[in-house]
Every structure is written in structure tokens, then in C-alpha cells.
Design a binder for this molecule. Structure first.
Ligand SMILES: Cc1cc2nc3c(=O)[nH]c(=O)nc-3n(C[C@H](O)[C@H](O)[C@H](O)COP(=O)(O)OP(=O)(O)OC[C@H]3O[C@@H](n4cnc5c(N)ncnc54)[C@H](O)[C@@H]3O)c2cc1C
Length: 398
């Protein structure tokens, strides 16, 4: 039987899970596309910023990763520009490729709102590795510059984090914790850091278990992070931020984690989408009206069995990756498709160095033990991918 050609767009958490699952089948030829040559572990950015990880530890090379399978997976470092669903083809910046089945797993981008003056010019995002790297360097340099001020009048370092979701909270806590230790361990006198989280909702961490929210707020307060709820950023200037309540906050820099939007590829597609522009799919994860096209991860929206929207996380993306792959294999074999029963298996939130709060399979964890658990989950994930990559590397050089 001729192998079925399956294209996956996006080598994020969802895309890689789909690759692993599909690669087990002898009937599938898998073509993985990403505009970057690496898989970026966004969930570990908090440690990257705090210098616990360098960028080699939060990336996996996709060429060697794909070589780690039985010759049925090929990686293409190409950006997909468009999809011709009628002709079953994708168009990249280099050429066209045809598919039998397609998985769109292109994630999302930071929603730098056009309506907020100065946001694009003066704020940083962390959804791409390049931006996270730039921001990390800027943060360290700012701390260094403050030390240079020793002996003179010591001015505080002012940081605003716009967005009180998971990424904003983790990054604010990590920066506060890192700089507290940095100044303390080195006995520097000039040690003032002001971090403010500007959050549009009534509480930070919307949609997260209440107990975890309370624990996170307590910990952030302990770290000296100020939270401003029911407030938005109205304008960003080079050295200040104007809030919706007219307060003006001085900034050395601002990080924007206030929401995500679909990628340009998804924006370009004329397929059914929700109000925010994310792809709509059915209970089998097929895009509405397309039996051969699946959408998984942050590029789509999904509800649990109770009809509640599920927050976009790596955990949800991975579960969707496995199910979409299994459903494609069922289509190939003429078997019945499986409906999704996806729900959050848990969440571990890093709130500063070596401190985590979380809930996993219904159990609560807090403090250092939770931190160890989070590290374990991350290590297992990274080691598994690194092992496949290592096998690929050995194959290439043998
Ligand atoms: C700072 C931060 C902390 C987080 N912490 C957690 C956490 O603790 N736990 C958790 O579960 N989740 C966390 N998340 C959320 C999690 O990272 C995302 O939900 C997850 O990455 C989504 O996976 P995905 O596969 O849908 O997309 P992504 O992982 O974003 O991958 C999408 C891929 O598609 C590629 N791509 C996009 N467009 C194209 C194109 N046109 N052509 C080719 N390639 C393309 C991109 O280069 C990328 O590699 C965090 C996110 C951030 C930013």
C-alpha cells in the first residue's frame, strides 16, 4: 500500500507529539514544517530568564530529531505561507507540497494590540526565542547598570509586566526572585527593583484553580511584586507607561504577555474560525468542513465535556497532538474516529526561584517539593526529545 503523506505545520508541543505518534505507523510518511530549525520549550522560559538555563537547554534541533525515527519523518525548515485545501497543497516560502492529511499546529503569537500606542515599539514579548533572548539580555544589563550607579544616587529598576496570565506571573516572579538573590548575594547596596503586574481582570491567572491563584498572589506579594487589577495599559512611551486609570508608571522596560492571537498563516485561511480568529474544529479535532485537515494546540480553541473553554497550554496541545494523529491513522485504516475527551491534567506554576504551586491529577503541591516536581516533568519531556535527537545525530554521522 502506498504510504499516506501527512504534513504537520509547526514543531511545537502539539506538532511534535503528533509526529511521535504517527511515526509508529508504517503507512505514514510524515513531513514536518517549521520556520525555525529548533523546537522551543516555552514552558521553561522562566528559568532561561533567571539564568538557570541557557538557550541550548530549552531547544531541540529538529533536523536530528526527525532523523531519530525510522526514515519516515522529514523536517523542512520552511515557513508555510498558505494552504490550498481544495488542491490539498501547502505553499511555503520555497515551494508547494501536496498532502493526504494535514495537521495545523502553528501555535499563536503575542497580541501586540494596535490600539495601544507605543506597545509595538517599546515592549518585549517572550513567545519567540529571539525575543526572550533579547529580553533576558536586557534584564541582566539593566541589573548591571544599576550596580554601576553604586556610590551615586541609586535609582530603582522599574519593570512593568502587562498581563496577569500564566506567562506574565511566572516571568514577574522569576525576575523579582532572581534580582533579590543577585543583590543580596553580592551585598550590593543599590538593590531596589519595582515590578508591577498590570492585569485587566479582577484577579490574576484567569481560569486557574482558586487555591493556586491565592497561593500565587501571596507568594508574589512576598517577593515584592505589585499587582494592579482591573487595569489596562493605555499607552507605552520610551520611559513610562500610562494606565487606563491615568496612573503613570516609570519603566526601564515593559514585557507584554497580555494575550495571544492567531499566526499570520491562520489569519490568511478562509476556514471556519471563532470570534477571536482561531480555527474551529469538531470533536475529532478536524477543522469544521474539512475531514482531512486537523487543527491542534494554540491555533485552535477547544472546550471540555462541560462546555468550558480550555486554556491554551502545552499539556492540552500535546493531548490534541496524540488524538489528531490517532484519528488520521484511523481514517487511513477505515476505522471509526475517536471523540476528544481532553481536559487539563494539571498545572505547575513557577513563582520565583525554586518555588512552585500546582495541581496535578487532582493533588495540590506547593513550595520546593512542587518545584522539584515541575523540574522532573520538564526533564522527562526534554530528555525524551533529546534522546530521539541523539539517535538521529548518530544516524547522520555513522
Ligand atoms: C512564558 C510562557 C510560559 C508558559 N508556561 C506554561 C506552563 O507552565 N505549562 C503549560 O502547559 N503551558 C505553558 N505555556 C503555554 C505553552 O507554551 C503553549 O500553550 C504551547 O507552546 C502551545 O503549543 P503549540 O504546539 O500549539 O504551539 P507552539 O509551541 O507555540 O509551536 C508552534 C510552532 O509553529 C511554528 N510556526 C508558526 N507559524 C508557522 C508557519 N507559518 N510555518 C512554519 N512554522 C510555523 C512556530 O515556529 C512554532 O515552532 C507557557 C507559554 C509561555 C509563553
Amino acid at each position: 500500500m502506498k504510504k499516506q503523506k501527512i504534513i504537520i505545520i509547526g514543531a511545537g508541543y502539539g506538532g511534535l507529539k503528533a509526529v511521535e505518534q504517527l511515526a509508529k505507523s508504517k503507512k505514514a510518511e510524515i513531513l514536518l514544517f517549521d520556520k525555525h530549525p529548533y523546537h522551543y520549550m516555552q514552558t521553561e522560559v522562566y528559568d532561561f530568564i533567571a539564568n538557570e538555563n541557557d538557550f541550548a537547554k530549552i531547544t531541540i534541533d529538529l533536523f536530528t530529531f526527525c532523523h531519530g525515527f525510522d526514515d519516515n519523518v522529514t523536517f523542512y525548515k520552511e515557513e508555510v505561507i498558505h494552504i490550498e485545501t481544495k488542491n490539498k497543497k501547502i505553499i511555503t516560502n520555497l515551494q508547494r507540497y501536496s498532502y493526504d492529511y494535514l495537521i495545523i499546529a502553528s501555535g499563536a503569537t503575542t497580541n501586540l494590540l494596535d490600539s495601544v500606542k507605543g506597545l509595538k515599539e517599546y515592549s518585549h514579548g517572550v513567545k519567540s526565542l529571539k525575543r526572550a533572548l533579547y529580553f533576558k539580555q536586557k534584564f541582566e544589563l539593566s541589573l548591571f547598570n544599576k550596580i554601576e550607579e553604586e556610590g551615586k544616587q541609586c535609582t530603582p529598576l522599574n519593570i512593568v509586566v502587562a498581563g496577569g496570565g500564566l506567562s506574565g506571573v511566572e516571568i514577574a516572579a522569576q525576575m523579582a526572585s532572581f534580582s533579590n538573590e543577585f543583590y543580596k548575594n553580592n551585598h550590593f547596596l543599590c538593590r531596589k527593583l519595582n515590578i508591577v503586574i498590570v492585569n485587566s481582570g479582577e484577579k490574576i491567572l484567569k481560569g486557574v484553580d482558586n487555591r493556586l491563584v491565592t497561593q500565587s498572589i501571596n507568594r508574589l506579594e512576598k517577593l515584592g511584586v505589585l499587582i494592579k487589577n482591573s487595569c489596562r495599559v493605555s499607552e507605552v512611551r520610551k520611559d513610562e507607561v500610562i494606565l487606563s486609570d491615568k496612573e503613570v508608571l516609570p519603566i526601564d522596560f515593559m514585557i507584554f504577555t497580555g494575550g495571544i492571537k492567531p499566526t499570520p498563516l491562520v489569519e490568511s485561511l478562509e476556514m471556519p474560525k471563532d470570534k477571536r480568529g482561531f480555527l474551529q474544529s469538531n470533536e475529532y479535532l478536524q477543522c469544521l468542513g474539512y475531514s482531512d485537515v486537523f487543527a491542534i494546540g494554540d491555533c485552535t480553541s477547544i472546550k471540555d465535556s462541560m462546555g468550558n473553554s480550555l486554556a491554551p497550554t502545552a499539556d492540552i496541545s500535546e493531548q490534541m497532538g496524540i488524538l489528531s494523529a490517532n484519528n488520521i491513522l484511523s481514517l487511513i485504516d477505515g476505522k471509526k474516529l475517536k471523540k476528544h475527551n481532553i481536559s487539563s491534567r494539571g498545572l505547575l506554576i513557577a513563582i520565583g526561584r525554586k518555588y512552585t504551586v500546582g495541581k496535578l491529577f487532582g493533588l495540590y503541591f506547593k513550595g520546593y517539593s512542587a518545584y522539584i516536581l515541575k523540574k522532573l516533568v520538564e526533564k522527562v519531556y526534554a530528555k525524551r526529545l533529546a534522546y530521539i535527537s541523539y539517535k538521529g545525530c548518530k544516524k547522520i554521522f555513522s
